[in-house]
Design a protein around this ligand. Structure first.
Ligand code: ZN
Length: 459
């Protein structure tokens, strides 16, 4: 009633109300495509799962029914990743029991939806999807985000958009099943804020009868650039620091699923730390590269998380996916130090450049990473476990710890001085005497003795 009054107040002609009703009727017949795929989430008629869709930003909530104890949280539906194998409960969302349930996505605001995609994965019948999709703007007086169990959602402000049953498409063979409602060349799904998936189990008997949902996508009409898994599209994006001084080119063609993390986590870190690293490691007349690239690779050799070659960083897609909340950013800091070090520069300014030992190059990169970028992680400690084999030239974290000792005991400016010497091709062991008054071997022994003392170990 209030809706009608509202419309009249705005002076809508009666015909508009009629049109509104017609639109609602049309929406009930959104086009539904479904397909089973034997190999990965690659389909012929429907697109691969989306990564940066509106569903990824939505709030997902089970409003009726129960999540199975072995199921992943609803977040797995919107994370832009899919299970790596066919029977992976922790990479899927599924209900328990035999009565199904209702899952709601709140997009935060009313959105013109182009398509809704749902993807599932299981070796047998639980790959099948059986649900009704409803939409709502949430503005109707009768609206209930959680329609009572057993009720018809249409009576609570929801519009039926599609009915999905993939059993004929998959013939119960299992594998990967994909559904697309609406879609690029269709007339879309409609304007809604809320979507409700009224889910039924595809298998009638038994407690283990519910669909393994791997991913649900909600693609807004006119979305900037929808990234999808397994596409052959180039995904290259360029970023720059706020002052426009430094540019970062990210090539995520082999790992488009990493783009949201790149934009939210990695690039802000690069914007802050790349200028800092340049300021931290200066030398006369030298400017660090203004632009470098970061390329995700799906075929890096085993055990190599990343490497720097000239102004290009190669990043292992597997490692970064696994470590994005742990080691990933620190690893990029280490590689960015290599970009700034740029020891090949020695040949431009020195006719007889000396080679810098690898342990020094890597020690500086890890010193910056573990003691300046993330000291709280304590990732380069000398412990009872590693002191037996620790030497100042042990490279990486071990040398980083030695350099930290030098900085603390003598002068933190020794590290940038050492870097400048390396960059100019004049690194020499003799320099240690100039910096500290002691030869390198003696410093190494002093450092180990200090560590033993700290660990309360006998000599
Ligand atoms: Zn390195």
């Amino acid at each position: 009633m209030s809706k009608t009054l509202h419309s009249l107040r705005r002076g809508w002609p009666a015909a508009s109300l009629f049109l509104l009703a017609t639109t609602t009727w049309c929406q009930a017949a959104a086009e539904v495509k479904m397909e089973a795929s034997a190999e990965g989430f690659i389909f012929e008629k429907i697109p691969a799962p989306a990564i940066n869709d509106a569903g990824a930003e939505a709030r997902w909530k089970l409003v009726d029914g129960e999540q199975d104890n072995f199921s992943a949280d609803t977040a797995v539906l919107a994370d832009g990743t899919v299970p790596q194998n066919e029977d992976d409960p922790r990479a899927n969302f599924f209900l328990s029991g035999t009565t199904g349930g209702k899952l709601v996505a709140d997009l935060g605001e009313t959105t013109e939806i182009e398509s809704v995609g749902s993807y599932s994965c299981h070796p047998r019948e639980r790959a099948d999807q059986l649900y009704r999709l409803y939409g709502s703007t949430g503005t109707a007086g009768a609206f209930k985000i959680a329609p009572p169990a057993g009720s018809d959602p249409k009576q609570f402000g929801w519009t039926l958009l599609a009915t999905v049953d993939t059993r004929s498409a998959s013939q119960g063979k299992g594998g990967r099943v994909g559904v697309e409602i609406g879609g690029e060349r269709s007339r879309g799904v409609g304007r809604f804020r809320y979507l409700l998936f009224d889910i039924a189990p595809p298998v009638k008997a038994g407690a283990t009868s519910n669909t393994f949902f791997s991913e649900i996508d909600v693609v807004a009409a006119g979305a900037k650039e929808t990234l999808r898994l397994h596409s052959n599209k180039k995904v290259v994006r360029e970023y720059e620091t706020k002052d426009g001084k430094y540019q970062f080119v990210v090539d995520a063609s082999q790992a488009p699923d990493m783009v949201p993390w790149v934009e939210k986590e990695l690039i802000p870190m690069c914007e802050e730390w790349y200028p800092k690293l340049n300021a931290m490691l200066p030398s006369k007349g030298y400017e660090g590269p203004e632009k470098f690239s970061l390329t995700f690779k799906s075929d890096m050799p085993d055990g190599v998380p990343a490497y720097a070659a000239g102004d290009g960083l190669s990043l292992s897609a597997d490692f970064f996916r696994r470590e994005k909340d742990r080691e990933a950013k620190g690893c990029v800091v280490h590689e960015m130090v290599h970009v700034v070090q740029n020891y090949g520069y020695a040949r431009q300014v020195n006719r007889h450049p000396k080679d810098t030992p690898v342990w020094v190059t890597e020690g500086i990169a890890d010193y910056v990473r573990w003691f300046l970028y993330e000291p709280e992680s304590k990732g380069a400690e000398i412990t009872e476990g590693n002191i037996g084999s620790a030497r100042y030239d042990g490279s990486y974290r071990i040398t980083a710890n030695f350099f930290h000792y030098i900085a603390e005991t003598y002068d933190p400016r020794i590290i940038p001085e050492m870097n400048a010497a390396c960059r100019e091709g004049r690194y020499d062991e003799e320099l240690w005497k100039k910096w500290t008054g002691k030869p390198l071997q003696e410093l190494g022994a002093d450092w180990l003795a200090a560590q033993r003392k700290r660990l309360h170990l006998r000599h």
